[in-house]
Design a protein around this ligand. Sequence first.
Ligand code: PRP
Length: 217
Amino acid sequence: GDAKLVTHALAQDTLSKLRDVETEQVGFRKGLVKLGRICGYEIIDGAMETEYVSIETPLTETTGQRVKGLDDVVIINVLRAATPFVEGLLKAFPRAKQGVISAGRDEEAGRGEDGTFPITIDYVKLPEIQEKDTVIVADPMLATGSTMCAVLEEVLHEQPNPEDLFVLSAVSAPEGLLRVDDEFDEADLLTVAIDDELNDEGFIVPGLGDAGDRAFR
Ligand code: PRP
């Protein structure tokens, strides 16, 4: 697949506020919502076609444009940190179908020798995916990629391949991007930043801390 950065100035501005340790819970949550919206617009801009349509203004008939495919979008919310991020995406894709997956790293098991974490999946509820769909799997953090690979496995299991598959994150570690790209070549990776490294506990550095905790606690 492809790996692309969301370079929009507002995305970088918003991400910087999310990184800031002074940003408290409400600001953090709102920042994730805003970032989700901007990333949604970027996906529309980069991957969706428009068509010309005739419209009537209050004065006359004219030609306008319409984004195609907005009715065929599936957004996967990886609990829990993705929830505010998805809320923002829904502002760009208001008619999207939604899937929910609860997946978490088993931190007590620790990082394996290959650098990955075992993943526990507690809950999966997915809409049917169709070939014409654009599927967006959203999780603000892509660290070792363990969570995302487990989620993609669930999402793609016994479903037709969608037309487009986006893995969307706010902050990614190089290791995680490489792993997801390696295991799911069909996925396009989209992230607002690629950070330097993972520390020994598997946290992204410089990163933004634990997105789930910062948004919900
Ligand atoms: C965090 C984050 C990702 C995952 C990334 O979730 O939101 O889901 O870790 O790490 P990985 O790429 O190494 O798998 P966490 O397990 O802390 O759950 P939470 O969202 O409920 O806080």
